[in-house]
Design a protein around this ligand. Structure first.
Ligand code: ZN
Length: 391
């Protein structure tokens, strides 16, 4: 299994049959999923997911337990996870539910209660083939280390899970310190609740460096779609869908089959497009991560696209370089590739990548052109592939 970052969409099972992207009835098929008791449903189990290649990760709903004041016992969560998932996360109590600036007592209280839950779940999962991953909370390296040491004082877990620390509008990157902690533990990790491009590019590179698989999730495609937001392929920013009158800037399996009017009327179609954008970008980040200069090229593209990163470029670059190449590194963040060479290398890697359908490869090549060269407005190859498939 090659090291990589893997995006996990959060499954809302109540979608109509043709929009269930984990079945062959849907134009998009995707086999890595995150289920959650409150979003996917307590009554769902493995039989509701018939694809043989599916890998199902189960959240514990810890966040909803505290934010929505839900009462739930850790063993009830575990039993549900055992019925539905291949990999499950322990039930934690996030300290930030007190406030963003929780104090030490609040942090410790959450840590002890969460790790007590985790211990109990570990004890009752010993004879099952489901993997149990321990959830770790903490904003700083020291907090994470303290929580991890308390969590693993009796036994280790199959993997771990971290709630990402993010400041949406600032250029400082609190999650870099969390990744610095992660890089000290040679185990698989899942990152809860964020899929911002800069994070994804860095995570894919760290996965390569550590020779591990890292997963991350977000509900952005679904929540965005609910508010009429469409992820624009060349910027990856959500834009109001109603700005499009006739032609869409995308030839994904959804946009190429449906008119603007149809997509306007159906939230689920927007969701499928948004999901395909998240998946395509994750594929691009993994391709770039296999070559230092491609990684640096893509990193620069992302920094330039986001004003808050662009204005603090030196800080952002130095944080990322130190995480990936060592605290004392003198590694430059400048790629030796020009635009043409970077695109060409990525196109070659796309052709060689395994596990993608011909359509996925063709789409990815066009997506790369759109994303790396904003002037490109060419989807002609895809149109011919689509015609071929439809015959
Ligand atoms: Zn699309």
């Amino acid at each position: 299994m090659s090291p990589r970052a893997i995006y996990l969409p959060v499954v809302n099972y109540d979608s109509k049959e043709e929009f269930k992207y984990w079945t062959n009835n849907c134009p998009i098929f995707y086999n890595n999923l995150l289920v959650s008791p409150f979003t996917t449903g307590w009554d769902k189990n493995r039989r509701h997911f018939d694809g043989k290649t599916l890998k199902i990760y189960a959240d514990s709903g810890g966040y909803q337990v505290v934010t929505m004041d839900k009462r739930v016992a850790s063993l009830d969560v575990l039993r549900w996870q055992q019925r539905i998932a291949h990999i499950a996360f322990t039930l934690d109590i996030p300290p930030h539910h007190f406030s963003k600036n929780y104090n030490k007592d609040q942090f410790l209280k959450c840590m002890y209660q969460s790790n007590k839950n985790a211990d109990l779940m570990w004890e009752f999962n010993k004879d099952y083939d489901m993997q149990l991953w321990g959830v770790i909370q903490g904003k700083t390296y020291d907090e994470l280390k303290m929580w991890y040491e308390d969590l693993t004082k009796g036994h280790e877990y199959d993997g771990y899970c971290i709630a990402l620390s993010i400041h949406k509008s600032d250029a400082d990157l609190p999650w870099i310190e969390q990744l610095r902690f992660v890089s000290t533990i040679p185990k698989c990790f899942h990152f809860l609740g964020w899929s911002e491009p800069l994070f994804v590019v860095v995570l894919a590179k760290l996965a390569q460096k550590m020779n591990l698989r890292y997963t991350y999730d977000s509900s952005t495609p679904t929540i965005g779609a609910r508010y009429g937001q469409y992820i624009e392929p060349s910027s990856l920013s959500p834009v109001p869908f109603n700005k499009y009158k006739s032609k869409l800037p995308c030839m994904c399996p959804t946009c190429s089959r449906h008119s603007v009017e149809e997509m306007m009327d159906t939230t689920q179609l927007l969701n499928l497009h948004n999901l395909y954008m998240k998946i395509s970008f994750c594929r691009l980040a993994n391709l770039a991560a296999s070559d230092d200069d491609l990684f640096k090229y893509l990193l620069d593209e992302i920094i330039v696209m986001r004003p808050n990163y662009k204005k603090s470029r030196d800080v952002v670059e130095s944080c990322v370089m130190r995480l990936l190449y060592g605290e004392d590194c003198q590694e430059s963040a400048t790629s030796s590739y020009g635009e043409g060479e970077a695109i060409e290398q990525l196109q070659i890697k796309t052709t060689e990548s395994e596990g993608l359908t011909d359509f996925d490869k063709e789409y990815l090549q066009q997506f790369i052109m759109k994303f790396m060269n904003k002037k490109c407005n060419n989807w002609y190859i895809l149109q011919s592939v689509r015609r071929f498939h439809d015959q």
